[in-house]
Design a binder for this molecule. Structure first.
Ligand code: TMP
Length: 205
């Protein structure tokens, strides 16, 4: 699919600073006069936010691996159809906090679901949409998982071994697609990290 708009996704293990950096990037691009649509996964549509509630509720511990994967896909299907494709068609820049790579890293590498199955299903729910750029924020896993004062959701509460597998999965994805997926190491200096991100984004606009 070819669009006049651009599709940029942010990925990374827990606490890698996606919300800070997507927010700063949106401000930067809006100041430059760009038309931005910001979304997050799971969620961002009325239906998707309900699905997010089910997925992240720590009480839903009995959720099966396949149910979990299908719910992430369901939220994505709705988001792509309802918001992302129409916005790209109008030439907007869509910035998404997580997308398909997250399901491969978390449910695939972390949860052990066949990656080929995830990719096949993912292609169907996204109509084959692939981001123009994916910023993979990398951080110190322990630091990211143990942010002070934060109440952990169901996924964050999974064991460290799970999150290590997720991290490994993301690194594998970046290695396989170095043109699209750019690793940005989260620096203590937010401005420095943001500067690296802006340079990557400027290149594709
Ligand atoms: P967030 O914390 O980045 O808002 O994302 C919500 C949680 O959902 C986070 O722990 C990562 C997880 N997640 C998956 O496990 N699979 C997915 O496909 C997506 C999009 C998120």
């Amino acid at each position: 699919m070819k669009f006049s708009g651009k599709f940029i996704t942010f990925e990374g293990p827990e606490g890698a600073g996606k919300s800070t950096h997507t927010k700063l990037l949106c401000e930067y691009l809006r100041k430059k006069g760009r038309d931005i649509v910001y979304v997050r996964e799971p969620g961002s549509t009325r239906i998707g936010e309900k699905i997010r509630g089910i997925l992240l509720d720590d009480k839903n511990k009995e959720i099966s691996d396949i149910t979990e994967m299908c719910l992430y896909m369901a939220s994505r299907a709705q988001l792509v159809k309802e918001i992302i494709l129409p916005a790209l068609g109008k030439g907007k820049i869509v910035i998404s906090d997580r997308f398909q790579d997250a399901t491969i890293a978390y449910q695939g590498y972390g949860g052990g679901i066949d990656v080929k199955l995830i990719k096949g299903l993912g292609k169907a729910v996204t109509y084959g949409l692939v981001p123009d750029l994916t910023v993979l924020l990398d951080n110190d896993l322990d630091k990211g998982l143990n942010q002070q004062g934060k109440v952990k959701d169901r996924i964050e509460n999974k064991p460290l071994a799970y999150h290590k597998k997720v991290h490994f999965g993301y690194m594998q994805l970046a290695q396989a697609e170095p043109k699209r997926i750019k690793i940005v190491r989260q620096d203590d200096d937010v401005a420095l990290t943001q500067d690296k991100i802006r340079k990557l984004v400027d290149k594709i606009l």
